[in-house]
Design a binder for this molecule. Sequence first.
Ligand code: NAP
Ligand code: MG
Length: 497
Amino acid sequence: MTVTLEKSVEDFIATPRQLFIGGRWVHAASGKTFATPNPATGETLANIAEADAEDVDRAVRAARAAFDGPWSRLTASERGRIIWRIGDLIDEHADELAQLESLDNGKPLAVARAADIPLAAELFRYMAGWATKLEGNTIALSVPYMPGAEFHAYTLREPIGVVAQIIPWNFPLLMAAWKLGPALATGNTVILKPAEQTPLSALRLAEIMAEAGLPDGVVNVLPGYGETAGAALAAHDGVDKVAFTGSTEVGKLIVQAAAGNLKKVSLELGGKSPNIVFDDVDPALAIPGAANAIFFNHGQCCVAGSRLFVQESRFDEVVEGVATIARGIKLGSGLDPDTQMGPLVSDEQLRRVTGFLDSGRTDGARTVAGGNRHGERGYFVEPTVITDTSPDMAVVREEIFGPVVVASPFSTLDEIADQANATTFGLGAGIWTRDVSKAHALAKRIRAGTVWINCYNVFDAALPFGGYKQSGWGREMGHEVLEAYTEVKAICTQLHI
Ligand code: NAP
Ligand code: MG
């Protein structure tokens, strides 16, 4: 059984989608299109114009014209009201957007409706408030080589300019919101490239943003491939900043491409986050918590709790509890109301994740739940729990980005602090204990951008998010993100002359 699609969704996917440049829908300069598949079936869902370098040029010109023109002439309050309206319109179209997201990405409709869509709406409303609160400082000077001189010095916080934003497929609309909200609140203009696997909700968002009153050219949306459109954006001399979310590997390519004009770069990259369960905790809390930490969004979360550490005396109990949950998860199409876990996003991800499952077996790890592809149609993988690993195995070191958790025991706080940090990543961590001092002592020692205590995957527009080490540069959300989208200008006037 599946839900009936809204008429607007049927129409949206039946119409070949174009690029959104300068407030208009246009064909790609090359005339090329690409198909976005339905991950539950592998069949084509919709056809989309495929942007490349020439379209990137056009979009950069449109974004520059909007930056120099209408967008910078709006007051902060007017800007804020448009951004707020985007949030409200997302709420008004929540059912439709959730269906598009579920179709294109594969995630259960109920999850998209309860998490992705409202979080995106809230993100815009939170950021709308910042538009009127961007302030500089007045600064007292004591220039040592100019005794007696007096100055009036202050700072201005200004937008960076034209920003390219390249986003992944795991939370398509929400990642667009995380990127667009702060860029717009701070007065930048944007060229957004959604992931090739999931362009639909960003294209629908372009319509919503226009309806909210966003002037032409402020946000341009260019679906296309990373190696072409994405690379052209990252290298373009007319782009002042590039913001990227995705793999650490591509993040490094972005940094290299950005070197040409030394554009600013912010990166939100991969993770291999430790989730640590102490033996004093109630298993009824920690077991579903650990399962949710890895299985939410099919493990396709940069911050997934993919390394589960359990204190020795409870290891068997917690691992068996998580394995029991894994075995009971109902896989199916995201549009089936009974589905608890949908397909992975693409054939490529299916092969990647099952490749890791094979490597774990070859390396001698033990699979206690799952371990295989599910069915023969669509890109489904069984929720999987692996034990008996060693630190050098690929399943322990590398980001799998699927519903696969590796579990190992630990004994002391010192030992687990070292193990938690024994990774090139530093995105998130979870700690489950009743002992408040132990929790905070360990939280301080973990080199990661987010530490959750007795919870996991809690996100809020007000809470900064980002990575230590190779998990990224800069922070998204919270007031910290404003740093990533503004330049600071120091202005110094000599008085009494
Ligand atoms: P990816 O290649 O890093 O893709 C992320 C975004 O970057 C997409 O929009 C992609 O376009 C674009 N891109 C790819 N190559 C580019 C290039 N040379 N220059 C500029 N942009 C480029 O990630 P993926 O291939 O979808 O997934 C591979 C792995 O990345 C996953 O298994 C997972 O480990 C990791 N990942 C992490 C996150 C995260 O949230 N941190 C999200 C997604 C994936 P295309 O869509 O056309 O490739
Ligand atoms: Mg890719």
